[in-house]
Write a protein that binds this ligand. Structure first.
Ligand code: 5AD
Ligand code: SF4
Length: 469
């Protein structure tokens, strides 16, 4: 873009703040890519920015509160810098629509999950014509096809599917991300090949229910194609690590487990959201499996994939959850032996089925007590799984300097466990190497760097910094 043109964005600086899940990280990278393609430059803080984009999440209530709190805090920045533009994008924008500018009139542009591709144009329109809100009901363009400004040069998110056709009673995602739309396999493979040419060696496939990948690809007949996709990706030269999130336990198929076991690049990590261990609660959530079925599938995965790390999501205090239901959750968690678990307090989201079960809401004090007990069990299991790694030599992909100590590097094992280590000389982000694990904590390992096994393949050195996800 010619900076002399009216409305030209040359030298304007942008800052994107991301709330929520990996799909939002993925979309934020696209928003950043579009703004750069429009001539803007990235900056490292909101104070230096001419354009601030808040890419929002609405999965739990505290995400809403955090956004509106932050918007309030930006009022004075906007007053002191009249040229500053603030945009709100993502799931909360999709949900709250016009209400965002009603609550926060200093917001210049609001766009949702289906029109990420319009980010730069909408900011331009807002500059020329005043505040704008644009929310689409259906996906206009798969955001993966847009230019991206990735945080890590060696690692990329790849969306294979957007939206969700399930109807878990607690979940707002189908309302804000829409029906499940799968991306054509050829497009995914071309994107990953192009990423490989850029030096990306690790990808994470994203979808709300990756096992159902393929559902709408062959007209009129459903053929599950996730296992096939893993095998095709595994054949791509230079790609060393394939991750995916998340499979739905009700749909984890034997052929997916077989592909995980047989494809060298597919990492030994399964994120397997349990939500509850009580059959009664699982049925009321419409999860489509029982605790026994969940544990059976997990056992099949563990039997097939050596050294499999398993992580999960659990909700505490779903409406009507009794003490006995919660005991069931504890029992399943103990039996499953998770490497880690994201534990969430149930949060009513208006418009979802469970939000209407007001009479059965669990008192906050009861939820707190249950949560404390759950966290204790989860931490115990995480620590024992981490301790089992001590003495092992693991492949580590270097991510960058640790946030606390720039002399310490951080990387991830194939099981997706965080490892901190010192090394001399410091290997660059994107390097693969071997480290001996020396110490374990529930959320990280300490290691001793032994040797490099593969140098980074990307050309541009990026600053050593670990992303905040
Ligand atoms: N309340 C609490 N946790 C929720 N999650 C989704 N919706 C809610 C809700 N309303 C959790 C689920 C899901 C994860 C991404 O967020 O555990 O797997
Ligand atoms: Fe939400 Fe359930 Fe769909 Fe996951 S599978 S996005 S929890 S509705």
């Amino acid at each position: 873009m010619d900076p002399s043109l009216p409305g030209g964005d040359a030298a304007r600086r942008y800052f994107v703040r991301t709330y929520g899940c990996q799909m939002n990280e993925h979309d934020s990278e696209r928003i950043a890519g579009l703004l750069e393609a429009d001539g803007m430059e990235r900056c490292e803080s909101e104070d230096d920015a001419d354009v601030i984009v808040l890419n929002t999440c609405c999965i739990r209530e505290n995400a809403d509160n955090r956004l509106y709190g932050h918007l309030g805090a930006l009022t004075h920045l906007k007053r002191s810098r009249p040229g500053l533009q603030i945009a709100v994008a993502g799931c909360l924008a999709q949900k709250d629509r016009d209400a965002i500018q009603e609550r926060a009139p200093h917001v210049d542009a609001v766009f949702g999950t289906h029109n990420v591709h319009r980010a730069a144009e909408l900011l331009r329109e807002a500059r020329e014509q005043g505040p704008v809100t644009e929310i689409l009901e259906e996906l206009a363009e798969f955001p993966s096809a847009l230019p991206a400004r990735r945080d890590l040069a060696h690692s990329a998110w790849v969306a294979i599917q957007i939206g969700c056709d399930n109807s878990c009673a607690f979940c707002i995602v189908p309302a804000v991300r829409g029906r499940e739309v799968n991306r054509r396999m050829g497009d995914i493979l071309s994107e990953v090949e192009a990423l490989g040419r850029d030096g990306v060696t690790e990808i994470t496939l994203l979808g709300q229910n990756v096992n159902s990948y393929g559902r709408d690809l062959d007209a009129g007949q459903w053929r599950p194609r996730f296992a096939e996709l893993l095998r095709e990706l595994d054949a791509i030269e230079g790609l060393r690590r394939i991750r995916f999130t998340s499979p739905h336990p009700k749909d984890l198929r034997p052929e997916t487990i077989a592909a995980m076991a047989e494809c060298e690049s597919v990492c030994e990590h399964l994120h397997f959201p349990l939500q509850s261990g009580s059959d009664r609660v699982l049925a009321r959530m419409h999860r489509g499996y029982t605790a026994e079925r969940y544990l059976d599938r997990l056992a099949s995965a563990r039997a097939a994939v050596d050294d499999l790390a398993v992580t999960t999501d659990i909700i505490v205090g779903f409406p009507g959850e009794s003490d006995a239901d919660f005991e069931e959750t504890l029992r399943v968690v103990m039996e499953a032996g998770f490497d880690s678990a994201y534990t969430f307090v149930y949060s009513p989201r208006s418009g979802t089925e469970a939000a209407g079960m007001v009479d059965e809401f669990v008192p906050p004090q009861v939820i707190r007590e249950r949560m404390d007990r759950l966290v204790e069990v989860v931490e115990g299991s995480a620590l024992s799984r981490a301790r089992a790694r001590v003495g092992e030599v693991e492949e580590v992909l270097v991510e960058g300097a640790s946030k606390k100590d720039p002399g310490v590097l951080t990387g991830r094992t194939r099981q997706n466990k965080l490892v901190h280590f010192r090394a001399d000389p410091l290997p660059a982000a994107g390097t693969y190497g071997e480290a001996r694990i020396t110490e374990a904590a529930p959320h990280f390992l300490m290691g001793e760097w032994l040797r490099q096994t593969a140098a980074p393949r990307h050309r541009t050195r990026i600053p050593l910094a670990v992303s905040s996800s």
